[in-house]
Design a protein around this ligand. Structure first.
Ligand SMILES: Cc1cc2nc3c(=O)[nH]c(=O)nc-3n(C[C@H](O)[C@H](O)[C@H](O)COP(=O)(O)O)c2cc1C
Length: 229
């Protein structure tokens, strides 16, 4: 009788343990699933906000995040990894591209930028999206710290010659910062390179890729002509 009772208790404890483990796993799976959704939605919002910030006067009616290609050109875009180019269209007509690129030679490492360029080759806006430049010295490239980055808006190859695409200290048009020339020099070069990439590839950049999976912006289409130098 005593043996019977203790066997029953062992079974009950075992059952309770199994139930607790199952409930825990279920709660974790549920939380993971929903957290992933929330993170993805947030990342999407951040991306939309940055893309919109460099297209202030561009009229478009497409979903920028879905209309994207990936390209590779280390010399012009500053990275050997594929980078995204978003296309803005109005009634299917190309209006602008947002090129993501990298200034590889920042003072403290690579500086990631986005460059909005209208179809006619005029820059609609530039923003730094990631950098590690020194606070109080190089970080004036950040739109939240100064207006310096707004100086690229309206620039093109037509109104700014190659010699002018430099900081003033090097004979160009763009201000350097007090005691910090390396950072703005790197950004000016990266913006100019992005513009030159746009001009070289203007035709292919707006081609609509037919086999595109428009629902999955994480699996970008890859531009087949990656470089034509
Ligand atoms: C601790 C420290 C941090 C610095 N951070 C930056 C920076 O973020 N960006 C920058 O352009 N220069 C920075 N500088 C200054 C550069 O070393 C350099 O003197 C400055 O960019 C001027 O360059 P130039 O001599 O080519 O004109 C920093 C210097 C020190 C000592």
């Amino acid at each position: 009788m005593v043996e019977n009772n203790s066997a029953k208790s062992v079974l009950q404890v075992g059952f309770l343990l199994a139930l607790t483990a199952l409930t825990g796993t279920g709660v974790m799976a549920f939380t993971n699933y929903h957290t992933k959704d929330i993170i993805e939605a947030n990342q999407r919002q951040v991306l939309i906000r940055s893309l919109t910030s460099v297209l202030p006067n561009v009229e478009y009616d497409n979903d920028l995040i879905e209309d994207v290609i990936t390209v590779t050109d280390q010399e012009r875009l500053g990275s050997k990894s594929p980078l995204s180019i978003y296309r803005a269209r109005y009634k299917s007509e190309p209006r602008a591209a947002v090129i993501t690129s990298v200034a590889p030679n920042g003072y403290n490492g690579p500086i990631k930028i986005i460059v909005g360029i209208e179809r006619d080759g005029v820059i609609s806006g530039v923003r730094v999206v990631d950098h590690r430049e020194t606070p109080g010295l190089g970080d004036a490239i950040d739109a939240q710290r100064s207006d310096w980055i707004l100086g690229f808006t309206g620039r093109s190859s037509q109104n700014t010659s190659t010699a002018q695409w430099q900081v003033k200290k090097d004979g160009g048009e763009f201000d350097q910062f007090t005691g910090a020339t390396i950072t703005p020099r790197a950004v000016v070069k990266a913006v100019h390179n992005s513009l030159q990439y746009f001009e070289t590839h203007r035709q292919e950049l707006f081609v609509v890729t037919e086999n595109a999976d428009a629902t999955d912006h994480l699996h970008h289409k890859t531009l087949s002509v990656t470089d034509q130098k």
